[in-house]
Design a protein around this ligand. Structure first.
Ligand code: C2E
Ligand code: CA
Ligand code: CA
Ligand code: CA
Length: 279
C-alpha cells in the first residue's frame, strides 16, 4: 500500500514537479530554449467593433518545450523579466514577427499590422527603438505593419529614458498601444505627454460589462477620455455577443477576444487574412 501511495504521489505531482523545476532551473532552461529557438508566435486578431473587419493582430509568444508541449507566457515571461532573459527573448520574438510579416507579404497576402508586447525591462535597457529600426531595414517591412504594446507600469519606469524610446519608435512611423489599461496608475497627463495611439482596456473591465453592476459607465468614460486624447480604444477579452453590442453602443473602436478568435498559429493566419470580415 505504501509503494502504491508513493507511485500516486509521483503521478499526481508531475505538473507540480515541473513547475518547481522550472522555478529552480528556469533561467538555464530559458537560456537554452532561446539558444535552440524553442519559441513560437501565435496571433490573435483584432477587429473593428462596428464592422467586424480585421484591423490588426497581436503577437503572443509560446514556449514549444520538447517534453512539456506548449507553455503559456504567464509561466515564463515573469521569470524572463526577473532574470533579464526577456532582453534576448524579446528580440527573438520581434525578429520572428518581422520575418513572418515579410513572408506573408511575399505571399501577396493583405497583411494587417501586428502588435508586439514589449516589457518595461526592454524599454529600460534602452535600445528597443534601435533594434526595431534595424529590423525594419533588414526585413524591408513597412513600419505601419508593426505596432508596440507596453503597459502603463512600463511607462512609469525611467521617465526620460522611456519617453525617449517611445518618441524614437513613433518617429519610425510605428503606433504605440497602452496595454492592460485600467490596471495600472497612468494619468491623463501621462498619456498626453507620451503621445500614445491606442488604449487597450484590460479584460477585467470588459468582463464588468453586462453584469448589471454599472461597468458600462466606467468603460464609457474611458472612451470619452480617449476621444479627447485622439486615441483609439480597444476592448480586450471580449467573449460574448452581448458585450460586443454594448461596446458598439459605447463607441469603442475595436475589439479583441475569444468571441472573434483565440490566438492561432501562424499557419492559420492566411485564411483569416483572406476572410477579412471575422464577425
Ligand atoms: P496580454 O498582452 O494582455 O495578452 C492578452 C492575453 O489574453 C493573451 O494571453 C490572450 O490569449 C488572452 N485572451 C485574449 N482574448 C481573451 C478572452 O476573450 N478571454 C480570455 N480569458 N483571455 C483572452 P496569453 O497569450 O497567455 O499571454 C499572456 C500575457 O503574456 C500577455 O498578456 C502578455 O502580457 C504576455 N506576453 C505574451 N507574449 C509576450 C511577448 O512576446 N513579450 C512579452 N514581454 N510579453 C508577452
Ligand atoms: Ca498585450
Ligand atoms: Ca492586455
Ligand atoms: Ca497582461
Amino acid at each position: 500500500a505504501k509503494a502504491d501511495g508513493k507511485n500516486k504521489v509521483r503521478v499526481y505531482d508531475k505538473k507540480l514537479y515541473e513547475e518547481i523545476e522550472l522555478r529552480v532551473d528556469g533561467e538555464r532552461q530559458l537560456a537554452r530554449a532561446i539558444q535552440e529557438d524553442h519559441f513560437i508566435v501565435y496571433y490573435q486578431p483584432r477587429v473593428e467593433a462596428q464592422t467586424g473587419r480585421m484591423v490588426g493582430m497581436e503577437a503572443l509568444v509560446r514556449w514549444a518545450h520538447p517534453e512539456r508541449g506548449l507553455i503559456a507566457p504567464d509561466h515564463f515571461i515573469p521569470l524572463a523579466e526577473s532574470t533579464g532573459m526577456i532582453l534576448p527573448l524579446g528580440r527573438l520574438v520581434m525578429e520572428k514577427v518581422f520575418c513572418q510579416i515579410a513572408a506573408w507579404q511575399f505571399q501577396k497576402l493583405a497583411v494587417v499590422p501586428v502588435s508586439v508586447n514589449v516589457s518595461a525591462r526592454q524599454f529600460d535597457e534602452g535600445n528597443v527603438s534601435e533594434f526595431i529600426a534595424s529590423c525594419l531595414n533588414k526585413y524591408a517591412v513597412d513600419p505601419r505593419f508593426i505596432e508596440i504594446e507596453l503597459t502603463e507600469s512600463a511607462m512609469m519606469g525611467n521617465f526620460e529614458q522611456v519617453r525617449g524610446e517611445i518618441s524614437s519608435i513613433s518617429a519610425l512611423g510605428i503606433q504605440i498601444h497602452v496595454d492592460d489599461f485600467g490596471t495600472g496608475y497612468s494619468s491623463l497627463s501621462l498619456l498626453y505627454k507620451f503621445n500614445m495611439d491606442v488604449l487597450k482596456v484590460d479584460r477585467a473591465f470588459t468582463s464588468q460589462i453586462c453584469n448589471g453592476k454599472g461597468g458600462e459607465i466606467f468603460f464609457s468614460s474611458i472612451v470619452s477620455m480617449a476621444k479627447v486624447l485622439k486615441m483609439r480604444v480597444v476592448a480586450e477579452g471580449v467573449e460574448t455577443i452581448e458585450q460586443l453590442r454594448v461596446l458598439q453602443q459605447l463607441g469603442c473602436d475595436e475589439i479583441q477576444g475569444y468571441l472573434v478568435s483565440k490566438p492561432i498559429p501562424s499557419s492559420d493566419v492566411p485564411r483569416l487574412l483572406d476572410q477579412s470580415i471575422l464577425l
